[in-house]
Design a protein around this ligand. Structure first.
Ligand code: DGL
Length: 276
């Protein structure tokens, strides 16, 4: 067993933190569901903003970044579990992460299954970053869940970047929605999957753009539920009386991160910069 796994096993306790990461602020949309469902857990959130966006990186680059963040979580925060709050990282590196580390890892994949189950028109759409859109994980999810369903797999550039700037409804957002969602609006689609955690913050704007005929879906609540089930099944849930705490870190500009995160979460967030 590699040393890192020995270290993880030795001191595992229920009150250890859960590591959550994304390329940037998008993962906060997953974190808020986790905090809501697991109010006694302690979290450490890392936004890898030095390398944002992840959406146009290669699989090899994404694996390297995921290893680096996970090692940081293990060595500096002694995590008991990790949630990859990023579709791009999950779709490109979850298999490699699970091979290397022995603790529980929850990933974020587009909620294609839910969309397929709910579709009456037999047409669904998914928007995601270029690296998610062309990943084998997404292709397999579509193949396994959408046998008699038409799927519009739309690769979007720059849509995560507007959210990084804290812009959820400006002219640039509208221009991008027009570019990527017009074909969805004009099709028979009745379910749109948000395949990037940044897009969850654009949900209202997207719903307004598409109108009531198309349901907009994300899997964030499901991720929180899965995390809770795993904690219970492995007897690892934190039963401390006090409310859990969250520490926030960014590998980029932590002042900017704090400002945008505070706006998105509607709470005061004070992040620290970390070089990893
Ligand atoms: N939030 C990420 C996702 O869910 C990635 C966004 C990016 O950095 O491109 O895919």
């Amino acid at each position: 067993m590699p040393n890192i796994n020995k270290k993880i096993k030795k001191n595992r306790k229920n009150n250890q933190v859960i590591g959550v990461f994304d390329s940037g602020v998008g993962g906060l949309s997953v974190l808020r569901e986790l905090q809501h469902l697991l109010p006694r857990e302690n979290f450490v959130f890392l936004a890898d903003q030095k390398y944002v966006p992840y959406g146009e990186k290669t699989k090899k680059e994404l694996i390297k970044l995921a290893y680096k963040i996970t090692d940081y979580f293990v060595n500096y925060h002694n995590i008991k579990m990790m949630v990859v709050a990023c579709n791009t990282s999950t779709c490109n590196s979850i298999g490699e992460l699970r091979k290397k580390y022995s603790f529980l890892i929850v990933g974020t994949v587009p909620a294609i299954k839910l969309a397929a189950e709910n579709s009456k028109s037999a047409t669904v759409a998914i928007i995601s970053t270029p690296s998610t859109s062309k990943s084998q994980v997404l292709k397999k999810l579509i193949k396994d869940n959408c046998q008699n369903i038409n799927v519009l797999n739309i690769s979007c550039k720059n849509l995560e970047n507007v959210v990084e700037k804290g812009k959820l409804n400006n002219a640039e957002v509208k221009r991008l929605l027009l570019k990527y969602l017009t074909e969805v609006k004009d099709s028979n689609t009745d379910q749109l999957v948000l395949g990037c955690t940044h897009y969850v913050f654009l949900k209202k704007t997207i719903e307004n753009f598409l109108g009531p005929r198309i349901r907009v879906i994300d899997g964030n609540k499901g991720i929180a539920k899965q995390t809770k089930s795993l904690l219970l099944a492995h007897l690892m849930k934190n039963n401390q009386r006090a409310k859990g705490k969250t520490l926030y870190f960014s590998t980029g500009n932590s002042v900017k991160f704090s400002k945008v995160a505070s706006k998105l979460l509607k709470i005061k967030v004070r992040a620290k910069k970390v070089a990893i």
